[in-house]
Design a protein around this ligand. Structure first.
Ligand code: ATP
Ligand code: MG
Ligand code: FE
Length: 343
Protein backbone atom coordinates (compact mmCIF):
# COMPACT_ATOMS: atom_id res chain seq x y z
CA UNK A 1 0.00 0.00 0.00
CA UNK A 2 1.04 3.59 -0.72
CA UNK A 3 0.57 5.64 2.47
CA UNK A 4 1.05 9.33 3.23
CA UNK A 5 1.89 10.13 6.86
CA UNK A 6 1.40 13.44 8.65
CA UNK A 7 3.30 14.37 11.85
CA UNK A 8 2.54 17.58 13.78
CA UNK A 9 2.91 16.63 17.46
CA UNK A 10 5.53 19.27 18.24
CA UNK A 11 7.41 21.80 16.09
CA UNK A 12 8.08 19.68 12.99
CA UNK A 13 5.57 19.50 10.13
CA UNK A 14 6.56 16.11 8.74
CA UNK A 15 5.13 14.51 5.60
CA UNK A 16 6.36 11.04 4.66
CA UNK A 17 5.30 8.71 1.88
CA UNK A 18 5.93 4.98 2.22
CA UNK A 19 5.16 2.15 -0.22
CA UNK A 20 4.89 -1.02 1.84
CA UNK A 21 8.18 -1.00 3.72
CA UNK A 22 9.99 1.36 1.36
CA UNK A 23 10.44 5.03 2.18
CA UNK A 24 9.83 7.21 -0.89
CA UNK A 25 10.16 10.65 0.69
CA UNK A 26 10.51 12.35 4.07
CA UNK A 27 9.70 16.07 3.81
CA UNK A 28 10.03 18.34 6.84
CA UNK A 29 9.31 21.97 7.67
CA UNK A 30 10.40 23.04 11.14
CA UNK A 31 9.46 26.07 13.23
CA UNK A 32 12.36 25.39 15.63
CA UNK A 33 14.03 28.73 14.88
CA UNK A 34 10.88 30.64 15.86
CA UNK A 35 11.00 28.97 19.29
CA UNK A 36 14.74 29.20 19.96
CA UNK A 37 14.61 32.66 21.53
CA UNK A 38 11.97 31.46 24.02
CA UNK A 39 14.15 28.51 25.10
CA UNK A 40 11.34 26.03 24.41
CA UNK A 41 8.52 25.26 21.99
CA UNK A 42 5.66 27.81 22.16
CA UNK A 43 2.48 25.82 21.40
CA UNK A 44 0.53 28.65 19.71
CA UNK A 45 3.49 29.48 17.46
CA UNK A 46 3.90 25.79 16.53
CA UNK A 47 0.20 25.42 15.60
CA UNK A 48 0.26 28.46 13.29
CA UNK A 49 3.47 27.25 11.67
CA UNK A 50 1.90 23.82 10.96
CA UNK A 51 -1.09 25.52 9.34
CA UNK A 52 1.18 27.52 7.02
CA UNK A 53 3.55 24.64 6.22
CA UNK A 54 0.99 21.84 5.73
CA UNK A 55 -0.09 22.24 2.10
CA UNK A 56 3.33 23.28 0.70
CA UNK A 57 5.02 20.37 2.50
CA UNK A 58 2.46 17.85 1.19
CA UNK A 59 2.97 19.24 -2.32
CA UNK A 60 6.76 19.06 -1.99
CA UNK A 61 6.59 15.46 -0.72
CA UNK A 62 4.33 14.35 -3.59
CA UNK A 63 6.50 16.06 -6.21
CA UNK A 64 9.72 14.58 -4.83
CA UNK A 65 8.24 11.07 -4.69
CA UNK A 66 6.55 11.42 -8.09
CA UNK A 67 3.24 10.53 -6.46
CA UNK A 68 -0.19 12.08 -7.10
CA UNK A 69 -2.66 12.28 -4.20
CA UNK A 70 -4.99 10.07 -6.26
CA UNK A 71 -2.32 7.30 -6.25
CA UNK A 72 -2.52 6.94 -2.44
CA UNK A 73 -4.11 3.95 -0.68
CA UNK A 74 -4.25 5.39 2.84
CA UNK A 75 -3.59 8.37 5.10
CA UNK A 76 -1.87 8.11 8.49
CA UNK A 77 -1.57 10.87 11.07
CA UNK A 78 -0.15 11.34 14.56
CA UNK A 79 -3.18 11.29 16.84
CA UNK A 80 -1.07 11.85 19.99
CA UNK A 81 0.66 12.35 22.33
CA UNK A 82 1.89 15.90 21.82
CA UNK A 83 0.80 19.54 21.85
CA UNK A 84 -3.01 19.64 21.51
CA UNK A 85 -3.21 22.56 19.07
CA UNK A 86 -0.35 21.24 16.95
CA UNK A 87 -1.91 17.76 16.76
CA UNK A 88 -5.26 19.26 15.73
CA UNK A 89 -3.76 20.82 12.61
CA UNK A 90 -2.37 17.46 11.49
CA UNK A 91 -5.51 15.50 12.38
CA UNK A 92 -7.83 17.99 10.63
CA UNK A 93 -5.61 17.97 7.52
CA UNK A 94 -5.55 14.17 7.47
CA UNK A 95 -9.34 13.97 7.79
CA UNK A 96 -9.76 16.41 4.90
CA UNK A 97 -7.47 14.31 2.69
CA UNK A 98 -9.06 10.99 3.67
CA UNK A 99 -12.58 12.31 3.16
CA UNK A 100 -11.94 14.01 -0.17
CA UNK A 101 -9.94 11.09 -1.59
CA UNK A 102 -12.19 8.39 -0.08
CA UNK A 103 -9.26 6.72 1.70
CA UNK A 104 -8.94 4.90 5.04
CA UNK A 105 -7.47 7.04 7.84
CA UNK A 106 -5.16 5.71 10.57
CA UNK A 107 -4.66 7.87 13.65
CA UNK A 108 -1.47 6.45 15.15
CA UNK A 109 0.57 6.86 18.31
CA UNK A 110 3.67 9.08 17.91
CA UNK A 111 5.70 6.87 20.26
CA UNK A 112 4.91 3.61 18.45
CA UNK A 113 5.85 5.46 15.24
CA UNK A 114 9.31 6.24 16.68
CA UNK A 115 9.77 2.44 16.89
CA UNK A 116 8.02 1.53 13.61
CA UNK A 117 10.19 3.83 11.47
CA UNK A 118 13.01 1.31 11.86
CA UNK A 119 11.08 -0.97 9.48
CA UNK A 120 11.75 1.30 6.49
CA UNK A 121 15.41 1.41 7.52
CA UNK A 122 16.20 -2.19 8.56
CA UNK A 123 13.22 -4.32 7.50
CA UNK A 124 10.53 -6.08 9.57
CA UNK A 125 10.77 -5.85 13.36
CA UNK A 126 11.38 -9.07 15.29
CA UNK A 127 8.32 -10.19 17.29
CA UNK A 128 8.56 -9.32 20.08
CA UNK A 129 10.86 -6.28 19.73
CA UNK A 130 12.76 -4.83 22.69
CA UNK A 131 12.67 -1.07 22.19
CA UNK A 132 14.36 1.76 24.05
CA UNK A 133 12.36 4.91 23.34
CA UNK A 134 14.25 8.06 24.28
CA UNK A 135 12.79 11.39 23.21
CA UNK A 136 11.99 14.91 24.33
CA UNK A 137 8.98 13.86 26.40
CA UNK A 138 9.49 10.14 27.03
CA UNK A 139 12.08 7.58 28.12
CA UNK A 140 10.81 4.03 28.22
CA UNK A 141 11.77 0.44 27.74
CA UNK A 142 9.05 -1.21 25.68
CA UNK A 143 8.35 -4.81 24.87
CA UNK A 144 6.54 -4.73 21.52
CA UNK A 145 4.88 -8.03 20.50
CA UNK A 146 3.37 -6.29 17.43
CA UNK A 147 3.87 -2.59 16.74
CA UNK A 148 0.45 -2.33 15.04
CA UNK A 149 -1.49 -3.54 18.06
CA UNK A 150 0.48 -4.13 21.22
CA UNK A 151 3.11 -2.09 23.09
CA UNK A 152 3.96 -3.04 26.70
CA UNK A 153 5.99 -0.69 28.90
CA UNK A 154 8.57 -2.46 31.11
CA UNK A 155 9.61 0.80 32.70
CA UNK A 156 9.88 4.52 32.08
CA UNK A 157 11.27 7.69 33.56
CA UNK A 158 10.02 8.60 37.02
CA UNK A 159 10.80 12.29 36.43
CA UNK A 160 12.48 13.96 33.41
CA UNK A 161 12.78 12.40 29.96
CA UNK A 162 16.30 11.90 28.59
CA UNK A 163 15.82 14.59 25.92
CA UNK A 164 14.45 16.97 28.52
CA UNK A 165 17.61 16.43 30.59
CA UNK A 166 19.77 17.23 27.54
CA UNK A 167 17.76 20.40 26.91
CA UNK A 168 17.90 21.56 30.55
CA UNK A 169 21.62 20.87 30.97
CA UNK A 170 22.31 22.69 27.69
CA UNK A 171 20.54 25.71 29.11
CA UNK A 172 22.70 25.59 32.25
CA UNK A 173 25.77 25.50 30.00
CA UNK A 174 24.54 28.43 27.90
CA UNK A 175 24.00 26.30 24.78
CA UNK A 176 21.04 27.04 22.42
CA UNK A 177 17.67 25.23 22.32
CA UNK A 178 17.10 22.39 21.57
CA UNK A 179 20.15 21.37 23.55
CA UNK A 180 20.64 17.71 22.57
CA UNK A 181 22.55 18.25 19.32
CA UNK A 182 24.62 21.06 20.90
CA UNK A 183 25.69 18.89 23.85
CA UNK A 184 26.49 16.08 21.41
CA UNK A 185 28.74 18.44 19.39
CA UNK A 186 30.37 20.11 22.43
CA UNK A 187 31.13 16.72 24.02
CA UNK A 188 33.24 15.66 21.05
CA UNK A 189 36.00 18.07 22.17
CA UNK A 190 35.62 17.14 25.84
CA UNK A 191 36.96 14.59 28.31
CA UNK A 192 34.91 12.59 30.83
CA UNK A 193 36.35 14.30 33.90
CA UNK A 194 33.36 14.42 36.25
CA UNK A 195 31.58 11.39 37.72
CA UNK A 196 27.92 12.44 37.64
CA UNK A 197 25.24 10.26 39.34
CA UNK A 198 23.57 7.32 37.57
CA UNK A 199 19.96 7.40 38.79
CA UNK A 200 18.17 4.19 39.90
CA UNK A 201 21.13 1.91 39.21
CA UNK A 202 22.05 0.74 42.71
CA UNK A 203 20.65 -0.77 45.90
CA UNK A 204 16.96 -0.62 46.78
CA UNK A 205 16.26 1.96 44.05
CA UNK A 206 17.53 -0.47 41.44
CA UNK A 207 15.54 -3.37 42.90
CA UNK A 208 12.34 -1.37 42.88
CA UNK A 209 12.96 0.37 39.54
CA UNK A 210 14.89 -2.13 37.41
CA UNK A 211 13.71 -0.76 34.09
CA UNK A 212 12.81 2.77 35.15
CA UNK A 213 14.94 5.85 34.64
CA UNK A 214 15.53 9.06 36.61
CA UNK A 215 17.37 12.04 35.18
CA UNK A 216 16.33 14.92 37.41
CA UNK A 217 19.00 14.15 40.05
CA UNK A 218 21.62 14.17 37.31
CA UNK A 219 20.39 17.53 36.03
CA UNK A 220 20.55 18.94 39.58
CA UNK A 221 24.07 17.54 40.07
CA UNK A 222 25.26 19.24 36.86
CA UNK A 223 23.61 22.53 37.88
CA UNK A 224 25.23 22.39 41.35
CA UNK A 225 28.65 21.59 39.88
CA UNK A 226 28.45 24.47 37.39
CA UNK A 227 27.17 26.91 40.03
CA UNK A 228 29.99 25.99 42.44
CA UNK A 229 32.62 26.57 39.76
CA UNK A 230 31.12 29.94 38.84
CA UNK A 231 30.98 31.02 42.48
CA UNK A 232 34.61 30.02 42.90
CA UNK A 233 35.38 32.36 39.98
CA UNK A 234 36.48 29.56 37.68
CA UNK A 235 35.54 29.24 34.01
CA UNK A 236 33.22 26.39 33.02
CA UNK A 237 34.84 23.63 30.93
CA UNK A 238 31.70 23.28 28.80
CA UNK A 239 33.01 20.43 26.62
CA UNK A 240 34.07 18.35 29.65
CA UNK A 241 30.78 18.90 31.49
CA UNK A 242 28.85 18.01 28.31
CA UNK A 243 30.91 14.83 27.81
CA UNK A 244 30.57 13.78 31.46
CA UNK A 245 26.80 14.41 31.53
CA UNK A 246 26.29 12.60 28.21
CA UNK A 247 28.32 9.64 29.51
CA UNK A 248 26.10 9.34 32.61
CA UNK A 249 22.88 9.36 30.52
CA UNK A 250 24.09 6.88 27.92
CA UNK A 251 25.62 4.58 30.55
CA UNK A 252 22.27 4.20 32.34
CA UNK A 253 20.21 3.89 29.15
CA UNK A 254 22.39 1.19 27.60
CA UNK A 255 22.91 -0.75 30.84
CA UNK A 256 19.18 -1.03 31.58
CA UNK A 257 18.29 -1.75 27.95
CA UNK A 258 20.74 -4.65 27.79
CA UNK A 259 19.53 -5.97 31.17
CA UNK A 260 15.98 -5.91 29.77
CA UNK A 261 17.10 -7.83 26.67
CA UNK A 262 18.76 -10.46 28.87
CA UNK A 263 15.78 -10.79 31.19
CA UNK A 264 13.30 -11.15 28.33
CA UNK A 265 15.51 -13.27 26.09
CA UNK A 266 15.62 -10.66 23.31
CA UNK A 267 18.53 -11.09 20.89
CA UNK A 268 18.22 -7.56 19.54
CA UNK A 269 17.58 -3.99 20.70
CA UNK A 270 15.83 -1.22 18.80
CA UNK A 271 16.48 2.40 19.85
CA UNK A 272 14.18 5.21 18.71
CA UNK A 273 13.27 8.84 19.46
CA UNK A 274 15.26 12.08 19.20
CA UNK A 275 17.94 11.12 21.73
CA UNK A 276 18.73 8.03 19.61
CA UNK A 277 20.41 10.54 17.26
CA UNK A 278 23.08 11.06 19.94
CA UNK A 279 26.48 9.93 18.67
CA UNK A 280 27.77 8.71 22.05
CA UNK A 281 24.59 6.73 22.76
CA UNK A 282 24.86 5.10 19.33
CA UNK A 283 28.55 4.23 19.84
CA UNK A 284 28.13 2.92 23.39
CA UNK A 285 25.04 0.89 22.47
CA UNK A 286 26.95 -0.60 19.52
CA UNK A 287 29.90 -1.54 21.74
CA UNK A 288 27.86 -3.01 24.59
CA UNK A 289 25.39 -4.84 22.32
CA UNK A 290 28.30 -6.40 20.39
CA UNK A 291 29.82 -7.57 23.65
CA UNK A 292 26.48 -8.99 24.84
CA UNK A 293 25.73 -10.71 21.51
CA UNK A 294 22.70 -8.47 20.94
CA UNK A 295 21.87 -7.13 17.50
CA UNK A 296 21.41 -3.34 17.55
CA UNK A 297 18.88 -1.50 15.35
CA UNK A 298 18.99 2.30 15.26
CA UNK A 299 17.64 4.34 12.35
CA UNK A 300 19.76 7.09 10.79
CA UNK A 301 19.69 10.24 12.98
CA UNK A 302 17.23 12.08 10.68
CA UNK A 303 14.63 9.36 11.26
CA UNK A 304 15.16 9.37 15.07
CA UNK A 305 13.95 12.95 15.56
CA UNK A 306 10.33 13.76 14.63
CA UNK A 307 9.41 13.20 10.99
CA UNK A 308 6.53 12.15 8.72
CA UNK A 309 8.18 8.94 7.51
CA UNK A 310 7.62 7.30 10.90
CA UNK A 311 3.88 7.94 10.71
CA UNK A 312 3.65 6.67 7.13
CA UNK A 313 5.71 3.62 8.14
CA UNK A 314 3.31 2.68 10.93
CA UNK A 315 0.27 3.46 8.75
CA UNK A 316 1.59 1.13 6.04
CA UNK A 317 2.08 -1.61 8.65
CA UNK A 318 -1.53 -1.13 9.76
CA UNK A 319 -2.68 -1.69 6.19
CA UNK A 320 -0.32 -4.63 5.56
CA UNK A 321 -1.59 -6.33 8.72
CA UNK A 322 -5.23 -5.64 7.84
CA UNK A 323 -5.90 -3.50 10.92
CA UNK A 324 -9.13 -1.57 11.11
CA UNK A 325 -8.96 2.11 10.13
CA UNK A 326 -9.79 4.90 12.60
CA UNK A 327 -13.16 6.61 12.56
CA UNK A 328 -13.33 9.96 10.80
CA UNK A 329 -14.22 11.63 14.10
CA UNK A 330 -10.93 10.51 15.62
CA UNK A 331 -9.59 12.90 18.26
CA UNK A 332 -6.29 14.67 18.74
CA UNK A 333 -5.27 13.07 22.04
CA UNK A 334 -2.50 15.10 23.68
CA UNK A 335 -1.96 12.53 26.42
CA UNK A 336 -2.46 9.35 24.35
CA UNK A 337 -0.92 6.47 26.35
CA UNK A 338 1.94 4.51 24.79
CA UNK A 339 -0.16 1.33 25.05
CA UNK A 340 -2.79 2.70 22.63
CA UNK A 341 -1.23 2.24 19.18
CA UNK A 342 -4.17 3.40 17.07
CA UNK A 343 -6.90 5.91 18.00
P1 ATP B 1 8.15 12.86 22.21
O1 ATP B 1 8.61 12.01 21.08
O2 ATP B 1 8.42 12.27 23.56
O3 ATP B 1 6.75 13.34 22.04
P2 ATP B 1 9.50 15.02 20.94
O4 ATP B 1 8.75 14.50 19.78
O5 ATP B 1 9.49 16.46 21.24
O6 ATP B 1 9.06 14.20 22.22
P3 ATP B 1 11.83 14.03 19.62
O7 ATP B 1 11.77 14.88 18.41
O8 ATP B 1 11.55 12.61 19.44
O9 ATP B 1 10.98 14.58 20.84
O10 ATP B 1 13.23 14.28 20.26
C1 ATP B 1 13.62 15.59 20.58
C2 ATP B 1 14.60 15.50 21.71
O11 ATP B 1 15.76 14.81 21.25
C3 ATP B 1 15.05 16.84 22.23
O12 ATP B 1 15.04 16.81 23.64
C4 ATP B 1 16.46 16.96 21.69
O13 ATP B 1 17.33 17.73 22.50
C5 ATP B 1 16.89 15.51 21.66
N1 ATP B 1 17.99 15.28 20.71
C6 ATP B 1 17.99 15.48 19.37
N2 ATP B 1 19.20 15.21 18.84
C7 ATP B 1 20.00 14.82 19.89
C8 ATP B 1 21.35 14.43 20.03
N3 ATP B 1 22.17 14.38 18.98
N4 ATP B 1 21.80 14.11 21.26
C9 ATP B 1 20.97 14.15 22.34
N5 ATP B 1 19.70 14.52 22.28
C10 ATP B 1 19.20 14.86 21.07
MG1 MG C 1 11.55 19.14 17.20
FE1 FE D 1 9.04 12.49 19.07
Amino acid sequence: PLVLGIETSCDETGIGIVRGTTLLVDAIASSVEEHARFGGVVPEVASRAHLEAMVPTIQRACETAGVALTDLDGIAVTSGPGLAGALMVGVASAKALALSLGLPLYGVNHLASHVAVDIVEHGPLPEPTMALLVSGGHSSLLLVPDVTSDVRPLGSTVDDAAGEAFDKVARVLGLPFPGGPHIDRAARDGQITIDFPRGLTAGRDMERHRFDFSFSGLKTAVTRWVTAEREAGRGIPVADVAASFQEAVTDVLTRKAIDACREHGADHLQIGGGVAANSRLRAMARERCDRAGIQLRVPRPGLCTDNGAMVAALGAQMMLKGREASRLDLPADSSMPVTLVRA
